[in-house]
Design a protein around this ligand. Structure first.
Ligand code: AGP
Length: 649
């Protein structure tokens, strides 16, 4: 059995000591109740400010930065010196901003929220902040109160009047009901009764110079400024004001005042928490002249893949992954790997399977995290679990990690967001360093996830039987990827022409084989989630067993066919599509044989190692989905019904 040093977490699967100090997060305070199994969580963004400046402009800008987390409704509550004033509306943050220009609110302390509705319709009434009976306590919440109905019934019996359908409103009344000298004492007392998850910020008219913050299960950080302090769901909302952040742990309760902040545990004992520095710049959060974050992030991939590689490729084909926390002797003891992920990260995991099985000769199973957790766990000794997540907050993946841990697995994380919950709970891992990904449709994280998996396969392979020659060759190919991606992006004008041709398509089929089957899945997902066109990714050979019935002269069929050992088989599948009149858009390898008249459109990507070809073949599919969605007038960065990190189960 692989030993797993779970006692002491390391936040820092950073790259190398040059990347700054390793942050040690102290073990969770004894007795802190972990989020109960199967707890659901709202996907929202919270922000709070206390200091000397006008709060509203800061809160609104913070909400704009957090809107990718949910955009069903928005609201804020401000200490005006004459009590708390709340403003909230259904719909986007801009609606709230316009409302506030008509009905301005002034004060130097406040909290705000943007929502992705789970409990209670996305209406103004259910928008946060929620208040108690007297409007003396106001709070914003990200998470879910599992026993809200029972609490509500008890509170209604003792005379509290509820105004909304939400679980969150229960907290405001619980705090109103709780006894304690201070707001933080009342919050701690109230949370004793709560089952579920929360990232929340609370203000009270009785103590206008204070914001109380609490975390269990949902991400919350503090922003430490000069005589001003912030609370937020993620760093993007505070970066404009400070780089210094404190990631709260489960069970933490923090108190912010204009003069300073402190962190308590649920016994009101002061806790010390490390102050971390956000590594990326504000530009990363700006559109930078692009019309959409998705396009910016697609075009950033030469740099972001370079970032993921930086300092990790060694001369003799070894990979340096300091944060992995997986010593050589443990690498040789691995008998099996199970990868846990959702959505695009799951597609990257499928590519990772080919890389690890080929280079490290370890059998790999790729699991939908949401399904894995419901299966009887028969994990065999020597099983390593790997959780892949861009946001590091996906609830299904978090829960699957817990299940794998319980089954005795060591759990690594491949994560993009620094300080996120998955990064905190993993035994070690790899940060992508791809910078913040704002567009809801994941793009640059996918290519960086594949590169991180290739580095992991190299690392494991070199600790086992992988020859130096093969490793060196792959390391060389990896280092060439940023330039090859830049050349692939030059196909965009041709892709725009194809997008104009198929912008009104009703259905699109994506086919791929071997390591490029996951790319077909990813291409279909991108088109579905931002253009709302029905699309399916399929193993090319599987097409004959059903989907070929869908093919007719109106059907666009994207065939991912780089020159590798299955190329000729994919060409055969293309001939089967052509024979039924399907319109083929082929992605092939430049400088090799063309598919000629078989395809209506051929996009030729540069040649690279077959195992790494998904990093290049996916890019035309990202751009095709993007341009079709733009031509259809879709809100590319905030597609309907979606949220960037899905913290509901
Ligand atoms: C991809 O474009 C989607 N946003 C979604 O499928 C996403 O990949 C999935 O929710 C997993 O997110 P994660 O990588 O942050 O865990």
């Amino acid at each position: 059995m692989l030993s797993h040093a779970r006692a002491v977490h390391s936040l820092s699967f950073a790259r190398s000591s040059a990347d700054g100090p390793k942050l040690e997060s102290p073990p969770s305070p004894a007795g802190a109740t972990e989020p109960s199994e199967g707890g659901n969580r709202e996907v929202c963004g919270i922000i709070g400010y206390i200091g000397e400046r006008e709060a509203v402009p800061i809160l609104l800008e913070g909400l704009r930065r957090l809107e990718y987390r949910g955009y069903d409704s928005a609201g804020l509550a401000v200490q005006t010196g004459r009590g708390i004033v709340t403003r909230k509306l259904g719909g986007r943050v801009e609606g709230l901003a316009t409302h506030l220009t008509r009905l301005p609110v002034h004060g130097t302390a406040g909290i705000a929220h943007t929502r992705w509705a789970t409990h209670g319709a996305p209406t103004e009434r259910n928008a946060h902040p929620h208040v108690d009976c007297q409007g003396q306590v106001a709070l914003v919440h990200n998470g879910i109160i599992e026993n809200s109905e029972a609490l509500r019934a008890a509170l209604e019996r003792s005379g509290h009047r509820f105004y909304t359908e939400t679980d969150t409103e229960t907290l405001a009344h619980l705090i109103e009901e709780a006894s304690g000298e201070t707001l933080e004492a009342r919050v701690i007392a109230a949370l004793e009764h709560v089952e579920g998850t929360y990232g929340l910020a609370v203000i009270s008219a009785d103590e206008p110079d204070k914001i109380v913050v609490a975390r269990r299960g949902s991400p919350v950080l503090l922003g430490i400024g000069n005589r001003e302090f912030f609370v937020a769901s993620d760093a993007s909302a505070v970066l404009e004001h400070t780089r210094s952040v404190v990631y709260l742990d489960d069970g933490d309760v923090a108190v912010l005042t204009p003069r300073g902040y402190h962190v308590l545990d649920h016994d009101s004992q002061i806790q010390s928490r490390a102050v971390d520095a956000i590594s990326w710049d504000l530009e990363a959060l700006e559109l930078g002249g692009y019309s959409h974050f998705m396009l910016k992030e697609i075009r950033e991939q030469p740099e972001t893949v370079q970032q993921t590689l930086r300092g990790r490729l060694l001369v003799d084909g070894y990979a340096r992954l300091n944060g992995l926390n997986l010593p050589a002797e443990e690498c040789t003891a691995i008998r099996r790997i199970v990868i846990l992920a959702c959505g695009t990260s799951w597609h990257a995991a499928l590519v990772g399977r080919y890389l690890i099985e080929e280079l490290a000769r370890i059998p790999v199973v790729v699991e939908y995290a949401s399904e894995y957790r419901h299966r009887t766990q028969l994990e065999v000794p020597g099983t390593l679990a790997i959780a892949i997540s861009q946001s590091g907050e996906t609830a299904d993946t978090l829960e699957a990690m817990r299940v794998a841990t319980k089954a005795g697995c060591r759990v690594l994380g491949i994560v993009n967001v620094v300080g996120s919950t998955i990064a905190r709970q993993a035994d070690g891992g790899i940060y992508l360093h791809a910078g913040p990904e704002i567009g809801v449709a994941s793009t640059k994280a996918f290519t960086s996830q594949i590169v991180a998996l290739a580095l992991l396969a190299l690392y494991l392979g070199r600790q086992r039987e992988l020859s130096e020659d093969v490793a060196r060759d792959l390391a060389c190919r990896l280092s060439q990827l940023p330039d090859l991606i830049a050349r692939t992006l030059e196909l965009e004008p041709q892709i725009l022409t194809i997008a104009e041709r198929y912008a009104e398509a009703a259905n699109v089929l994506y086919l791929g084989r071997g390591v490029n089957f996951p790319v077909a899945l990813e291409g279909a997902l991108k088109l579905k989630e931002i253009s709302y066109i029905h699309a399916e990714g399929y193993p090319a050979a599987e097409m004959k067993h059903g989907p070929i019935a869908l093919i007719n002269p109106d059907m666009a069929v994207v065939c991912v066919a780089p020159h590798d050992d299955v190329y000729h088989k994919v060409v055969t599948n293309m001939q089967e599509v052509k024979a039924r009149g399907g319109q083929i858009i082929a992605v092939t390898t430049a400088g090799r044989a063309s598919v000629g008249g078989l395809a209506a459109h051929e996009l030729r990507v540069p040649s690279t190692s077959p195992l790494l070809s998904p990093v290049l073949t996916v890019i035309p599919l990202q751009l095709l989905a993007y341009h079709i969605a733009v031509l259809r007038g879709c809100d590319v960065d905030r597609p309907r019904n979606l949220a960037k990190s899905v913290t509901v189960e």
